[in-house]
Design a protein around this ligand. Structure first.
Ligand code: KG4
Ligand code: ZN
Length: 346
């Protein structure tokens, strides 16, 4: 049996989790504690310095709580999996330095985890049948990645965003519409009452005649869509009346684009399984659209539930367990990085 303590502090969630792998290979989430830093709401976005300080205050009790809920202790933990990239460096450093300190005092090895590999593994915590090969669409506040996954640990990035991440686009549009931060779920709720015919924005980068050899075939771009929303907001003489329709038009354009790109990626590599991950995967309109588009191709689509789609330490512990079983260990000079390629990127 292997017990992994996961630690996540890359942005504004302080999270710790304990995962157990039985001798038979089954993985069980023994505990998951997530403390979301509410304070950023009043600033309309994450303030890095405040995030770091809040992690510093919260991390020790959050780890203690996770160990307590799992009935585990540092005497029984085999590995400490910690996010070391990508994210806010000051925030990441709190988790990385804590993990190294705990390792030095207990002898438990540290396993460095790439946050996006964590998002990739998230759905397996709820559906153990999800195994490569598959196409993954990772959509978070900072990243939009279309990845072909022939095996765990081998990642071919087919497409990514050329400007804003999908979650970032949701958050910026939410701000334009006067909704709270983070705005993704508020835009989704508002869009439910919107008329899809009132504001029809063009779908970015889905030209039918782009060949698969062109990077534009898989890449996305949301800054033009965001500007179109800004213009619609400026032109509106009654934003209260129009905002649900604008939210609907924006979400439909973004979701259609992601569904089309995911379909292209699955078809290009002949994958019949699609995995979604990241905070934007909470969006039901997105998951429905991806399912509908991929159905024609006979592909199944799996998405984590919101608690595991958004930032959490269970997914970090899961990716860490995979790396631990490969024999990977962090050196004591492990640092934090704002960005880095996925390990195993081909
Ligand atoms: O993965 P995540 O928790 O953090 C990052 O790694 O960035 O993703 C957070 C992002 C935010 O931009 C948030 O607005 C978005 O996920 N999000 C949503 C929804 N729920 C969260 N976007 C659209 N629809 C949602 N229901
Ligand atoms: Zn994330």
């Amino acid at each position: 049996m292997t017990l992994v303590l996961g630690i996540e502090t890359s942005c504004d969630e302080t999270s710790a989790a304990v995962l157990q792998q039985t001798a038979g290979g089954e993985v069980v989430t023994r505990s998951l504690v997530i403390l979301s830093q509410d304070i950023h709401r009043v600033f309309g976005g994450v303030v890095p310095e405040i995030a770091s300080r809040a992690h510093l205050t919260a991390l020790v009790p959050v780890v203690r709580q996770a160990l307590h809920e799992a009935g585990a202790s540092t005497d029984t933990i085999d590995a400490i999996a910690v996010t070391y990239t990508p994210g806010l460096v000051g925030a990441l450093l709190v988790g990385v330095n804590y993990a190294k300190g705990l390792s030095l005092s207990t002898g438990i090895p540290v396993v460095p985890v790439h946050h996006m590999e964590g998002h990739l593994f998230a759905v397996t915590l709820e559906d153990a049948n999800v195994e490569p090969p598959f196409t993954a669409l990772l959509v978070s506040g900072g990243h939009t990645l279309l990845v072909d996954v022939p095996t765990w640990g081998t990642y071919e990035i087919l497409g990514s965003t050329r400007d804003d991440a999908a979650g970032e686009a949701f958050d910026k549009v939410a701000k334009l519409l006067g909704l709270p931060y983070p705005g993704g779920r508020h835009v989704e709720t508002l869009a439910q009452t919107g008329d899809p015919t009132r504001f029809v924005f063009s779908r970015p980068m889905v030209h039918r005649n782009t060949p698969p050899t062109d990077a534009a075939y898989f890449d996305v771009s949301f800054s033009g869509l965001k500007t179109a929303v800004l213009n619609a907001v400026r032109k509106s003489d009654d934003l209260e009346r129009d905002k649900a329709h604008i939210a609907r038009g924006f979400q439909d354009a973004l979701v259609d684009t992601l569904a089309e790109k995911t379909y292209r990626a699955a078809r290009a590599r002949n994958r019949h399984q699609v995995v979604l991950g990241g905070g934007v995967a909470c969006n039901q309109t997105l998951t429905r659209a991806v399912r509908a588009r991929l159905e024609s191709f006979g592909a199944s689509v799996s998405a984590p539930t919101p608690r595991l789609a958004t930032d959490n330490a269970a997914m970090i512990a899961r990716a860490g367990l995979f790396r631990y079983n490969l024999g990977e260990r962090a050196p004591l000079d492990l640092s934090a990085y704002a960005s880095a390629p996925l390990p195993g990127q081909v």
